[in-house]
Write a new protein. Structure first.
Lengths: 406, 266
């Protein structure tokens, strides 16, 4: 997924990692061993990055601070499907032998709750307005999946290249270091290939790793996607990638591709959705939908927020921003009531925006095929199944805008 | 709502009906804010705090408890008449409370089973929320209410703005604090998807499914969640009890509890 000039190149060059003076930057692709991966994490940390990666907590792989290899989920595998997620521990020693956890990079780049500004009220003078808090330290994401990288690219378009770019997002994104790890074990919820976001990593990263475990032993194939990505490798023990390493990477990606069991037929999807706004399928899915908003909260690209003003007992004022959801009735509240008062209307809004009108608005799909929405739906509503059902029952004729029901 | 005049110091009253007092004590639990609160409002009637009372009318009245006797039903009319803004607080006042279990049984049987002299007991057949009897300006859910939400209602009144009290599901609060979904991740029964937010998703954060203390969320589908809970292994009789706790009388929960009530199905 192209970044189309965002973040700005001059900002991208301002790496937190000091330029390696006298230490040669190894050419990539190259390979590193487990110790080399440890050195990479150390180097990012010493470069001032808050280094976040996969950790095991409360029965799931979640984003956590990683100090060393020991923090990574060695031997853990996830089993996913509609409405279910289980983590199991194996003896194989794989560090990245899982698909995706419930949390995405959105949590860091577009936090669940933040203070937009605060002011001290009272008295007759205009209240001083404080700047937003912004991120504390630059973030390095280690071990995020290619679908996650694609999702970051979509957020770039929504929040970074908008006519009014969000300063908090831009600040966090400008300094973000992305070290992706290609997928070797997709879950039964994944459909990244349909959405063109995986399982291989093609762009949008500073470094791309592939975890290889074959007859030649354990190693990580490393490709640099940016100058600062390459610069991080300076001083780390690398070996030039050989033909067998490149072949092994292909085998990992091919294995992942073969393991994908879910697909979405994306042919003319926006048009399919546009002409099926009155398809009875929406009522069927609404009968199961809890309107709880889990799908939107776990989605790595759902960006909707609510702005709330808070006053305290004395005179302090804060404007808060928190994750909101199109499944909240109040989200579509206009004068006199909610535009989308029914679950049917809200589910339809979510799906048609994600897969259809997102193209009109931002030029891409809003879905990267990570499968979180179907795994973390408490009742297991499956986006891929819904699209297939709409296609199978395609009503064929668009309904005039004025006659659309809610 | 219009902005109050500068220096406006509203009079606040607290009244109780059938309840445990836990919700009104949330006001005294606001320890960090209590002094500034006492300066910002005039506590005119609050029996848990002081025997001194100032006569009404009151600008802001909090009403706790459900209506279980005809005498209380009459007293509530007086409270309403003397209050500019009336806010009902807690599961009892907003849904009838745990005592609304009587709504599913014969009150005569209960009284006869419990009291040696049933003829001394004069009570209504049902426990009902405040809004069933008088106009309520705002409701705060919970068993007990959340003190931050209570402060929010008071500070909103001081500023002349609408209180920010979300009516969406508890799920959003689990996501805000980064709690992994118990139902999906571990198969733990949880009412969070159909329960209104406000507690900050306390129970899921310590590995327990939501008990539904804050009552039904704005747009609930209790039936679909109940079907899923049965799939993850919940006993149908437990399911009925699950929906029949502090908010047993809330229509969405009452309806779902009846659907799984073994006595009704016999």
């Amino acid at each position: 997924m192209a970044l189309d000039g965002f973040p700005p190149s001059e900002a991208r060059a301002a790496s937190a990692i000091p330029a390696a003076s006298g230490v040669p930057i190894p050419p990539t692709p190259c390979t590193i061993d487990r110790a080399g991966l440890g050195s990479l994490i150390t180097r990012l940390r010493e470069g001032g990055y808050r280094t976040l990666g996969p950790t095991v907590a409360d029965g799931a792989i979640v984003l956590g601070e990683i100090d060393s290899i020991a923090d990574l989920p060695q031997g853990w595998h996830d089993t996913q499907g509609p409405g279910t997620y289980r983590l199991t521990s194996g003896e194989d020693g794989e560090l990245f032998g899982w698909a995706v956890g419930p949390q995405s990079a959105k949590r860091e780049l577009w936090p669940p709750r933040s203070v937009v500004w605060r002011a001290a009220g009272g008295g007759g003078d205009p209240a001083p307005i404080g700047a937003s808090e912004g991120p504390k330290a630059p973030i390095a994401l280690v071990g995020v999946r290619p679908c996650e990288v694609a999702a970051i690219g979509i957020l770039d378009g929504v929040l970074g290249r908008s006519p009014v770019p969000d300063p908090d997002f831009v600040a966090a994104r400008r300094d973000l270091f992305v070290c992706t790890v290609e997928c070797g074990r997709p879950s039964a919820s994944c459909f990244c290939e349909s959405m063109g976001s995986g399982p291989s990593a093609e762009s949008g990263f500073d470094l791309a790793l592939t975890e290889i475990r074959d007859a030649d032993g354990e190693r990580f194939l490393v490709r640099a996607g940016s100058e600062r990505g390459a610069a991080v490798l300076a001083g780390i023990r690398t070996l030039p990638a050989e033909e067998r390493d490149l072949k092994a990477r292909e085998a990992v990606v091919a294995g992942a591709r073969a393991g994908l069991v879910r697909r979405v037929d994306t042919a003319s999807l926006p048009h399919l959705l546009e002409r099926n706004l009155e398809n009875p399928r929406w009522s069927e899915v609404a009968a199961r939908c809890l309107s709880c908003g889990n799908c939107t909260q776990v989605c790595p690209t759902c960006f909707c927020v609510s702005i709330e003003d808070v006053t305290d007992v004395t005179t302090g004022i804060e404007r808060h921003r928190r994750w909101a959801s199109c499944f909240e009735v109040g989200h579509s509240y206009l004068h006199g009531g909610a535009v989308r008062p029914s679950t049917r209307a809200r589910y339809r809004q979510w799906l048609t925006h994600k897969l259809g009108t997102w193209f009109e608005q931002f030029g891409t799909s809003g879905c990267v095929g990570c499968g979180r929405c179907l795994t973390w739906c408490p009742v297991g509503i499956d986006l891929t199944e819904e699209v297939a059902a709409l296609r199978a029952s395609d009503v064929g004729n668009p309904v005039p805008a004025g006659e659309r029901g809610v | 709502m219009t902005a109050p005049a500068p220096g406006f110091r509203p009079s606040v009253a607290v009244f109780k009906f059938a309840s445990c007092d836990g919700c009104q004590l949330s006001l005294l639990d606001c320890e960090d804010e209590l002094l500034s609160l006492a300066g910002a409002v005039s506590i005119a009637h609050f029996a848990e705090m002081s025997r001194a009372t100032i006569e009404g009318p009151y600008d802001l009245t909090f009403v706790e408890g459900s209506i279980t006797t005809s005498a209380d039903a009459e007293r509530l009319q007086l409270v309403r008449a003397t209050s500019t803004t009336l806010v009902s607080i807690g599961a009892c006042a907003t849904a009838g409370g745990i005592q609304a279990l009587r709504n599913f049984a014969d009150i005569g049987d209960y009284v006869a089973a419990v009291y040696a002299r049933p003829e001394y007991i004069k009570t209504l057949a049902t426990a009902t929320p405040i809004a069933d009897h008088v106009k309520v300006d705002f409701e705060l859910r919970g068993c007990p209410i959340d003190r931050h939400q209570l402060l929010e209602v008071i500070t909103a009144a001081l500023a002349g703005r609408r209180p920010v009290i979300p009516t969406h599901s508890v799920c959003a609060e689990c996501k805000l604090r980064g709690t992994t979904c118990l139902l999906v991740g571990r198969g733990v029964p949880c009412l969070g998807p159909v329960t209104q937010a406000g507690c900050g998703a306390l129970c899921p954060a310590i590995g327990r499914g939501c008990y539904g203390c804050f009552g039904p969320a704005e747009a609930t589908n209790t039936g679909a969640l109940a079907d899923r809970l049965l799939e993850v292994g919940m006993d149908p009789a437990d399911l009925s009890r699950w929906f029949r706790t502090f908010n047993a009388g809330a229509p969405a929960f009452a309806k779902e509890s009846l659907r799984h009530d073994p006595q009704r199905q016999r």
